[in-house]
Design a protein around this ligand. Structure first.
Ligand code: NAD
Ligand code: WQD
Length: 336
């Protein structure tokens, strides 16, 4: 059985759908601080069978011990954490408490339970402003905000653990920009409040929840002046987790650090144009000042994940826009 902490969230639900489809048994564990129970009901509809979901907090040793005591967990995928960059700067202690404190409590509970396989949600944010793109895993780590530093620290903790406990198998996955949704339109990204990220903002403009997209900066040194990122379809990302999980279940007893991205860069305007084509809707845009902390361009070298995990992103920007639109159109208010 695979334990997915933060399993009711955006990436957790999609990964659970892929794992269930592949025949794995999963248990989701979430405190619903940034997700809603209807997401789990939708997952059950996709899977066509009940899915165990435990409400609890990764910072609670009692909650964690209860899960490991009740279910025969073979491996953990650790998604649970907070992820809003600006909020992390305003509430550093809350972010370190959740992202570092939660990781420590989880790892201690895994140690007590004798579970030694973990796939960890890291982020491209650990690179900060890269010297150049594509970014390989060997690039310098210079996270520029509290959120990014919490991910780098958690990676360090996992590497230190492996030095002391070399029989663990640990995958550190650095995701680039996950977007899109399950093709069935039952699950997708449902951010609280005003979206920070580009794709959910665009989809909310498309359904009339927001009047226009503000494009943060039109004077970057990129082909059209807008920021360039590596967007990855969340179903490709979910399949990347499946590959990393299967790697860990083989007990390689090492730490593997891998980028998960498409290896392609797209500008804000590329994404808006692709979305307009996929949706048939016009997205009113206004170029405004740059957003502090943003980099001009960042996309990854995905070669290592291909070599070590046999995984590669297959879906195009058009696929991402079509599925994001399908989700938002069918669920204008998200999970409600
Ligand atoms: P999400 O917020 O949708 O999912 C995270 C889930 O964790 C939520 O359901 C939340 O309720 C839960 N959670 C938070 N703190 C918890 C706690 N203390 N105990 C139990 N549950 C808790 O976010 P997501 O986009 O699915 O991201 C999943 C992971 O991937 C996060 O660790 C995030 O930092 C990382 N990541 C996300 C992105 C992205 O752009 N979405 C990119 C790189 C890395
Ligand atoms: C993408 C592009 C913006 C919103 C963030 C985190 C990163 C990772 C993924 C978790 C940029 C532009 C955006 C808008 C815009 N998350 N934009 N108008 O900043 O690359 O990465 O999410 O780990 O850590 O930093 O993603 O979607 O916010 O922005 O013009 O309303 O869209 O300037 O060029 P980002 P994003």
């Amino acid at each position: 059985m695979i334990l997915l902490t933060g399993g009711a969230g955006y990436i957790g639900l999609h990964t659970a759908a892929v794992l269930l489809e592949a025949g794995h048994e999963v248990v989701l564990f979430d405190n619903f601080s940034n997700s809603k129970p209807p997401g789990v009901e939708r997952l059950q509809a996709i899977a066509g069978r009940p899915v165990v979901c435990v409400q609890g907090d990764v910072r609670s040793a009692q909650d964690m011990d209860a899960v490991f005591g009740r279910y025969p967990v073979d491996a953990v995928i650790h998604f649970a954490g907070l992820k809003a960059v600006a909020e992390s700067e305003q509430q550093p202690l809350r972010y370190y408490d959740n992202n570092i404190g939660g990781t420590l409590v989880l790892l201690q509970a895994m140690t007590r339970a004798g579970v030694k396989r973990i796939v960890f949600s890291s982020s491209a944010t650990v690179y900060g402003e890269p010297d150049s793109s594509p970014v390989a895993e060997t690039a310098a780590l210079r996270p520029a905000n509290v959120y990014g530093r919490s991910k780098r620290m958690a990676e360090d903790i996992l590497r230190d653990l492996h030095v002391a406990a070399p029989d663990w198998s640990i995958a550190l996955l650095r995701y680039f920009n996950p977007v899109g949704a399950h093709p069935g339109g039952l699950i997708g990204e449902d951010p609280n409040g005003i979206p920070n990220n580009l794709m959910p903002f665009v989809t909310q403009v498309a359904v009339g929840r927001r009047p226009e997209l503000q494009v943060f900066g039109g004077d970057y040194a990129t082909a059209d002046g807008t920021g360039v990122r590596d967007y990855i379809h969340v179903m490709d990302l979910a399949e990347g987790h499946q590959a990393a999980l299967e790697w860990a279940l083989g007990d390689p007893r090492e730490v593997l650090t891998a980028n998960l991205g498409s290896g392609r860069g797209h500008s804000v305007l590329d994404l808006v144009r692709a979305f307009e084509q996929a949706s048939g809707r016009t997205i009113p845009c206004r170029i405004v000042a740059r957003r502090p902390g943003d980099v001009a361009a960042c996309w990854c070298d995905p070669a290592l994940a291909r070599q070590r995990l046999g995984w590669t992103a297959r879906r195009t920007l058009q696929d991402m826009c079509r599925d994001a639109w399908n989700w938002q159109r069918n669920n204008p208010d998200g999970f409600g």
